[in-house]
Design a protein around this ligand. Structure first.
Ligand code: NDP
Ligand code: 8G0
Length: 357
């Protein structure tokens, strides 16, 4: 099994069950040999000292270590679990088991991590968006893009949008949203990365440094855009938000986060025939590169950035093709249907082949 560990006060069994269920079909779509799993805790790392975070990670792993293993179940990070937390958990696993092994992914580069793993979910989501736009003879170049969140997925989605010539005008956190009409270029993005990954500050601080507007309590969806990338959390786009996006002529929505759009929001996008990339397809790049990290650990080698990035691109292209194959309805591609059927078939066939008990 493979999937992320989430540390957030909202974590409960229902959330982990939907995440785990989605993970199965997402992992299937990657074509890599991995089943799905998910885990976490309602521990809130916000405002905790380094020592408190380390102590929690160690205690958590003391119990978890009995259930996971490099050929059994390989967790990674998710909301609230980044390289720092993976490091503390990896250290504890090693202490308990006396083995240096690929039992976690998202590891630091000098202790078994893979190049491009931090970038993979955001980059992959943007590759998938570009693939969707290409079916319309279009691309991200010169598009106005809004992104929710300012964590791992949001940061690298923004970076790749900039690289492909798009203009990212908005990012957010759980307190509010910034709007920078001039675009969040990679210099400004570096500042955000430092703010979020090292200083652990709030996105509102962006306006002390750059010319931008901050709206407390708001999500980005009222801002006029061509492309929307929800990269924060579940249920962050509801029916009302979807109506506004469609009214403002948004042409593509791709889910960097897991289930950020409510069912009614998804219905609105599909009824309006805009490009909608569901999370199990659009954000599968993260778990895919985690799978590549496992392969590198098993072979005791390290691929370079270019190698991993081109494998990631190929996997995202392949997922897009599966969505086209199973989701084409006349001239329209229903990516939601395509991803669900494509992901399901491999799992169902494997269950039948291996015998039901
Ligand atoms: P991070 O913890 O790095 O960042 C999460 C971001 O979302 C932060 O900006 C956070 O704001 C915001 N956020 C979290 N919870 C809420 C909330 N309840 N309401 C509003 N904003 C919120 O997590 P990731 O970037 O890793 O994950 C983001 C999403 O992407 C999740 O849905 C995750 O499951 C999904 N995902 C992640 C993958 C990965 O490789 N990391 C792979 C595939 C999917 P604040 O700073 O205020 O907490
Ligand atoms: O690397 C992973 O296994 C991982 C980490 C965080 C989230 C996800 C996901 O696909 O939702 C996977």
């Amino acid at each position: 099994y493979k999937g992320g560990l989430r540390f957030h006060p909202s974590v409960n069994l229902g959330i982990l069950k939907f995440l785990g269920f989605e993970q199965i079909f997402k992992n299937s779509l990657t074509t890599l040999p991995m089943g799905g799993g998910k885990g976490g805790s309602d521990f809130d790392p916000k405002g905790k000292s380094e020592n408190e975070v380390m102590n929690f990670c160690q205690s958590f792993m003391t119990e978890l270590s009995r259930h996971i293993g490099a050929s059994t179940d390989i967790p990674a990070g998710d909301i609230g679990v980044g390289t720092r937390e993976i490091g503390y958990m990896f250290g504890q696993y090693k202490r308990i088991k006396n083995e240096f092994t690929g039992v976690l992914t998202g590891k630091g580069l000098n202790w078994g991590g893979s190049l491009i793993r931090p970038e993979a979910t955001g980059y992959g989501c943007v590759y998938f968006t570009e693939n969707m736009l290409n079916t319309k003879g279009d691309s991200l170049k010169d598009k106005t893009i809004i992104i929710s969140g300012s964590g791992n997925v949001a940061q690298f989605a923004a970076e790749k949008c900039n690289e492909l010539g798009g203009k990212v005008v908005s990012m957010s956190d759980s307190s509010g949203t910034i709007y920078d009409k001039n675009g969040i270029d990679n210099n400004k993005l570096d500042w955000i990365k430092n703010l979020k990954n090292n200083e652990r500050g709030r996105i509102s601080e962006y306006t002390n440094k750059y010319d931008a507007v901050y709206k407390h309590g708001n999500k980005p969806w009222q801002i006029k855009c061509d492309v929307a990338l929800p990269c924060a959390t579940q249920n962050e786009i509801n029916e009302k938000d979807a109506n506004i996006l469609v009214k403002n002529n948004c042409i593509a929505v791709a889910e960097g986060a897991n289930m950020p759009c409510t069912t009614k929001a998804v219905d609105k996008f599909i009824d309006s025939k805009i490009l909608y990339g569901p999370g199990k397809a659009a954000n599968a790049g993260g778990v895919a590169v985690s799978g590549l990290e496992m392969s590198q650990n098993s072979m005791r080698i390290q691929w370079n950035r270019k190698e991993v990035d081109s494998k990631l691109k190929e996997i995202m292209n392949n997922i897009h093709k599966q969505c086209e194959l199973y989701g084409t309805e006349g001239k329209f591609i229903n990516y939601s249907k395509g991803a669900n059927i494509g992901g399901f078939i491999k799992v169902a066939d494997a269950i039948l082949d291996q015998g039901v008990v």
